[in-house]
Structure formats: C-alpha cells, structure tokens
Design a binder for this molecule. Structure first.
Ligand code: SAM
Ligand code: SF4
Ligand code: SF4
Length: 341
C-alpha cells in the first residue's frame, strides 16, 4: 500500500486522525449508565464469535486507515481485556509504521500485574482506566456486579508498575448518583501522577434513560474543585483533544474535563469508530454504521477498501453534540458498549 498524498477531509474540513476499535461488545460489568441489566441480560444478543472481526481484519483496517491519516488507535469495547489474546492484536498494530499511539480503555477488573506487563511488552503505549467513585457502596451501585474499588486501584498501580505512563482515570459524573465522589476522587488523584478526567454523562444509546438534569456540568465541577484545591486552565496539547485541561496551582498535577453536553467539541472531532463486528461509525451518536466486514470478507483489494473508507469520511457531516435537542435525542442511537467509548 502507498500513502495517499492529499489530505482527506470531511464536509466540515476535519481530518481523520483517531480510530477507536471496539474489540468486543461483552463486558464483565453492568454499569447502570452503559449496560443496564434490564437490557443486557441473558436474552440480549451479543455479537457471535464468527461475526467478530479477526485480529488480521482489524490490523488490515487499521493499516488502511493509517494511509488515510489515522495516527492514533484506541482499543475499547465492551471490556477489551475479555477478548482473548488481545496482546497479539496490540503486537500486530504496533508494527504499523504510520501509527504513533496505541491506547486502551478498560475497567481494569482484569488488569493484574502480569497482564499489565504483557500489554506493555506487546507495545501498548497508554491506558485509560474508568472509575466512577472511591467508596464501594457507590461504585458497586454503578458497576452492578459488586466489584470493589480497591481492585480498580490495584489495576491502576499495576499499570504504573508495568511502566505505562500518562495514565488517565475516567469518571462519568451523574447527578444524584456519584457527584459526592467528585472531591474524594480529586483528592485521591491530586499529586498521584495520574490525570483524573471528569466526563459529563451523555445520551449515548437507547438504554440509559438519559435526562439533561442528570448531567453535572464541567463548570460546576471546576468550581467545586477550585474552592478546595485551586486550579487554572491550561491550553490544549494537540488539536482535537477532547478534554479541557486544568492544573493545580500548587504544581502537583492536573485534571481534565470532557464536556460533550455543555461545551461540545464537534468542530475538532477527528475520530471514527470500528465496532467489533466491523461496522464503521462516524459519530458516537450515529444511528447506523457502514459495513466494512462484508467488504473485507468478500475479497476486496486494498484500493477498493480505501476508496470505500475515503467516501465515508468525505461524506461525514456529523456534529450531534452541537445540535443536541429533543429531536436528536429521540433518534435510535447505537449502544456505547457496541460502538466503543
Ligand atoms: N469497559 C471499558 C471501560 O469502562 O473503560 C471500555 C468501554 S466504556 C464504553 C468506555 C468509557 O465510556 C468508560 O469510561 C465509560 O465510563 C464511558 N461511558 C459509558 N457510557 C457513558 C455515558 N452514557 N456517558 C458518558 N460516558 C460513558
Ligand atoms: Fe462495561 Fe465499560 Fe460499559 Fe461499564 S462502561 S458496562 S465497564 S463497557
Ligand atoms: Fe464527534 Fe459526534 Fe461527539 Fe460531535 S457528537 S464530538 S461529531 S463523536
């Protein structure tokens, strides 16, 4: 394959940079805002084994995307660490010459020290760990499988010990559920060397009964933290960065705020998502995907596949968060556990 010379841009002149790959739609948690048990139970139809993209199909897709401008890969799910032999995929992706960054988003339930070491050895560069509270009562109410906080904290320590730097901890904040955990989380991760990022609760999928009044705005979070531990805004490191960065005035660390509801950042959105069964989605709030798997499996050559991917990006005009309204909220959107966070 040869690199294309012209810069690929969508309808809003946004380049393609970031490919989020969901490696599995299953999960060992049942977070109430993502995979509520009322929906994700024994009658739910998860993607079957034969319908999952193979590692070779994922590698080939990532390589084609890298020729179109993608430089960053994020592995997600569902829970990516339950996909067997994930390290083999990371090793393959690490061979792609144009890829600069490979990151994993996980709930850390399976992140033992040995697993963290093997991920690092396979070529994983960074890891984001989700944790929504510091007390078991709240965290268990959210994960809904009685998973204790300490084991996630152990996972964070294991990642650090394995030499995975720039670790980020992601906390989804929901009013009335875990807003009381904002300050304990900020205190715990202040001066830890890890960046704690607060994510506004979003109306992804159909299952979480999202309401605007359940969102705690980033502005409120900043004020709450600033009152106890003064912080100041920082500039973005790279264009398209989703989190607004704030540093503690005492010089001991920073936090991030992902404000997709109150301060949408669609203008810079350079992300595309590949689901575990090979559908491409140009927005987190997409109502349908483009079928890459059937093309991969029907013997299409690289040139044909590349044209298919280019055409999808060139037609893209998504800016859901900027247009969010009663009307857009009632669209039949794809679940977060399927599309990948
Ligand atoms: N299972 C992994 C994890 O939890 O880190 C990876 C997949 S999960 C879908 C990716 C991220 O999406 C997690 O940080 C999760 O908290 C976040 N997420 C899920 N549903 C969300 C929602 N409705 N609003 C905001 N963030 C959400
Ligand atoms: Fe699983 Fe992650 Fe969704 Fe929680 S947020 S149910 S850990 S996929
Ligand atoms: Fe990107 Fe869609 Fe999110 Fe806007 S709403 S930032 S286009 S994923």
């Amino acid at each position: 394959m040869t690199a294309s010379n012209s810069i690929l841009a969508d309808q809003l002149k946004r380049p393609i940079r970031d490919l989020r790959i969901s490696v599995i739609d299953r999960c060992n948690f049942r977070c109430v805002y993502c995979m509520p048990k009322s929906v994700f139970n024994s009658s739910y139809e998860f993607i079957s084994r034969e319908d999952l993209l193979s590692f070779e199909e994922i590698r080939r897709s990532a390589e084609l995307f890298s020729r179109l401008g993608v430089r960053k890969l994020r592995l997600t799910g569902g829970e990516p660490l339950i996909r067997p032999n994930l390290e083999d995929l990371i090793r393959d992706l690490n061979q792609l010459p144009l890829i600069e960054d490979i990151c994993l988003t996980t709930n850390a339930a399976l992140l033992t020290r040995a697993r963290a070491d093997s991920l690092k050895q396979a070529g994983l560069q960074r890891i984001n760990i989700s944790l929504d509270a510091l007390d078991d009562a709240t965290f268990m109410k959210i994960n809904d499988v009685r998973f204790p906080v300490q084991r996630v904290l152990d996972g964070i320590d294991n990642a650090r010990a394995a030499g995975l730097p720039n670790l980020k901890v992601n906390m989804v904040v929901q009013k009335g559920i875990n807003e009381h955990s904002i300050l304990p989380m900020a205190r715990y991760f202040h001066d830890s060397g890890h960046v704690l990022r607060f994510i506004e609760f979003m109306d992804v999928g159909q299952s979480n009964d999202w309401q605007l009044d359940q969102v705690v705005s980033s502005q409120d979070i900043v004020e709450m933290i600033n009152a106890e531990m003064p912080i100041e805004a920082m500039g973005a490191k790279v264009p398209g960065e989703v989190a607004k960065r704030w540093r503690y005035r005492d010089g001991r660390g920073e936090i991030g705020l992902i404000s997709s509801v109150t301060q949408p950042f669609c203008r810079d959105c350079n992300r595309i998502r590949l689901s575990a069964n090979g559908k491409l989605h140009t927005c987190l709030f997409a109502t349908h995907g483009h079928d890459l798997r059937s093309r991969l499996r029907s013997g299409a050559d690289d040139a044909a596949l590349s044209e298919f991917l280019k055409a999808i990006w060139e037609k893209r005009g998504d800016r859901y968060s900027e247009l969010r309204s009663e009307k857009t909220r009632s669209l039949k959107k794809i679940e977060m556990s399927y599309i990948g966070g």
